[in-house]
Design a protein around this ligand. Structure first.
Ligand SMILES: Nc1ncnc2c1ncn2[C@@H]1O[C@H](COP(=O)(O)OP(=O)(O)OP(=O)(O)O)[C@@H](O)[C@H]1O
Ligand SMILES: [Mg+2]
Length: 242
């Protein structure tokens, strides 16, 4: 088995659809590249639905598991094809590792299906994981299940409450997350913001499309928190990247 590339892979997962994973993954990768001034931040679309691929205006490739990645929006982007769903975990892990070794840090956007082979492959690369947890009344069981999985896999993680707003439901959901998961919950939430919904239509990462928007500012704070917790690159690597 190849050695783990600890601290250099950050996956974005949720175990639930439509909670902001792709928006966060693309935005985090772009913001990380800006903050660290690295031209070697890889963004891997790990979802056969190819959300990150299309959010950046790209078309899914014919041949799956192709490397190297292509330069888009200052990132090394690895597009997803629908055939990703047919690949075995061992093939996906090999593919992922060829991307990881070429990058200063790799962000992987995962599908909502916790049981797919891409999740298994990604977890074998010892990633840190951003858990996108939508602030609604129904999300907690999914977060619990995913966090349990991550604990068993010994993956460090940061829970990011998403689509937060001033509604009572949202505030209650965020409080439940903080009560149950404590310091594993990010101090910054990813707020409900119409600019976030516009960015993929403009085929741009949210912070490039609307840098002053509340959601883009939140993403910057989340990246700073990830760096401070050494969840995306270690202290030596962060210094070397600047
Ligand atoms: N902060 C936000 N405020 C409002 N809308 C948002 C926000 N973030 C994302 N959206 C929109 O919500 C929808 C779902 O977001 P996104 O695709 O990022 O979620 P996802 O978890 O990746 O979904 P899937 O599980 O299907 O891959 C998209 O239309 C997106 O533009
Ligand atoms: Mg997605």
């Amino acid at each position: 088995m190849q050695p783990h590339v600890s601290g250099r892979v950050l996956a974005v997962a949720s175990g639930k659809g439509g909670v902001g994973k792709t928006t966060i993954a693309v935005g985090l990768a772009w913001t990380l590249a800006q903050i660290t001034r690295s031209s070697r931040i890889a963004l891997v679309d790990g979802d056969p639905q190819a959300g990150a691929t299309s959010a950046l205006g790209l078309t899914p490739p014919d041949a799956p598991l192709r490397a190297p990645a292509e330069g888009v929006a200052g990132l090394l982007v690895q597009r997803a094809s629908r055939t990703l769903a047919l690949a075995r975990a061992v093939e996906l892990e090999h593919w992922l590792r060829t991307v990881i070794v070429r990058a200063d840090a790799t962000i992987v956007d995962l599908s909502p299906a916790l049981t797919d082979a891409m999740h298994a492959a990604t977890l074998r690369c010892a990633p840190s994981v951003v858990v996108a947890a939508r602030c609604d009344a129904m999300g907690l069981p999914n977060v619990r299940e995913l966090v349990g999985l991550l604990r068993r896999a010994q993956c460090r993680h940061l829970i990011v409450p998403t689509f937060s707003s001033h509604t009572r439901v949202s505030r209650d959901a965020e409080r439940c997350l903080r009560d149950e998961f404590g310091t594993s919950v990010a101090s910054t939430t990813f707020p409900l913001d119409t600019r976030a919904a516009e960015a993929p239509i403009a085929h741009q990462p949210l912070p490039a499309y609307a840098p002053q928007s509340r959601a883009a500012v939140a993403l910057r704070e989340i990246v700073i928190e990830l760096l401070a917790r050494q969840l995306v690159v270690g202290p030596v690597e962060a210094g070397a990247l600047r």
